[in-house]
Design a binder for this molecule. Structure first.
Ligand code: PMM
Length: 285
């Protein structure tokens, strides 16, 4: 059984398979799709296309979190994402907001976002958990150790799986203390965030230990550096657009392990992989 969070719209609450989030970065500098949607119209068209290609939900972000990225001003982030969230919600596209800022999250929910995806797990903005206690949508708490410009220096673990589980447990306790209904909270191991390739692989291989936290799981592996490193040849890491088959393989393996959701750029391939896993499991049931 796939464990989904409370607070989803009915169309997503009833899915009996892994949910596919399509990435829509309205940023000039995200590592994979940055700079592609720098006006509202093209961003909204891209979101509608993601939905048509099989995204269950479109995850809109206005601040790049790639390694080395500098922060954007809150007003800039707000102006990038809110019109896109509003237009997609009006077009009946389920939309989530990828932000570390309480104000942007609350405004996006008011504009129609049906989930808040916070890569900092409430650590970047001291107001975030209180803001999340005031809304009734699911809240994604990702494992995070700091902003993009220094996170690579924080990729030091005694035992990465145990350490990430322990740090997520602390964040879950903070959510509960802030008054957030635990049934609404999703956890995410934060692949690539203060993680070296071997850390990402260990977390994927032990995804059962993350599931044992008792919360739905979201995993974002799409096109990330560890896949580029895996597929490297003498000319260097595999180019970003050529990491799709590896991304789809990760989706299939996660779907087979009943992970609630994956966050991907190429939604069609991952949506197909999820359907393969669901058909396979239906026979076993
Ligand atoms: N990765 C990125 C951005 N947002 N959100 C969650 N919950 N999990 C992730 O792994 C994640 C995320 C970075 O990827 P992008 O630059 O392609 O958006």
């Amino acid at each position: 059984m796939i464990h989904a969070p409370e607070g989803l719209p009915p169309s997503l609450a009833g899915l009996e398979r892994t949910c596919v989030f399509g990435v829509l970065n309205v940023t000039p500098d995200s590592f994979s799709d940055g700079g592609r949607h720098d006006d509202v119209e093209s961003a909204v068209a891209a979101g509608i296309a993601l939905r048509a290609a099989g995204a269950d939900l479109v995850d809109v972000g206005g601040e790049s979190t790639r390694p080395g990225a500098a922060r954007v001003e809150e007003d800039v982030e707000r102006q990038r994402v809110l019109p896109v969230v509003e237009a997609l919600a009006a077009a009946d596209v389920p939309v989530s907001i990828d932000t570390m800022r309480a104000g942007v999250a609350a405004d996006a929910v008011a504009a129609g976002a049906c989930l808040v995806n916070d890569v900092s797990g409430g650590l970047a903005d001291p107001q975030m958990l209180a803001a999340m206690a005031e809304v009734d949508v699911p809240y994604v708490v990702m494992h995070w150790r700091g902003h993009g410009w220094y996170m690579d220096t924080k990729a030091v673990y005694r035992d990465v799986v145990a350490d990430v589980v322990a740090e997520l447990r602390d964040r879950l306790a903070a959510c509960e203390a802030a008054g957030i209904d635990p049934r609404r909270v999703v956890v995410d191991p934060g692949l690539g965030f203060a993680k070296r390739p071997e850390h990402n692989w260990a977390l994927l291989a032990h995804v059962d230990q993350l599931s044992a936290l008792g919360h739905p799981l979201l995993v974002g592996a799409s096109r990330k550096r560890f896949l580029g490193a895996l597929l490297a040849d003498e000319s260097g890491p595999r180019a970003i657009p050529e990491r799709e088959a590896a991304t789809t393989a990760v989706t299939a393996l996660l779907a087979a392990r009943q992970v609630w959701a994956v966050r991907v750029h190429n939604v069609r391939d991952s949506a197909d992989a999820v359907r393969v896993a669901a058909a396979w499991q239906e026979v076993d049931a």
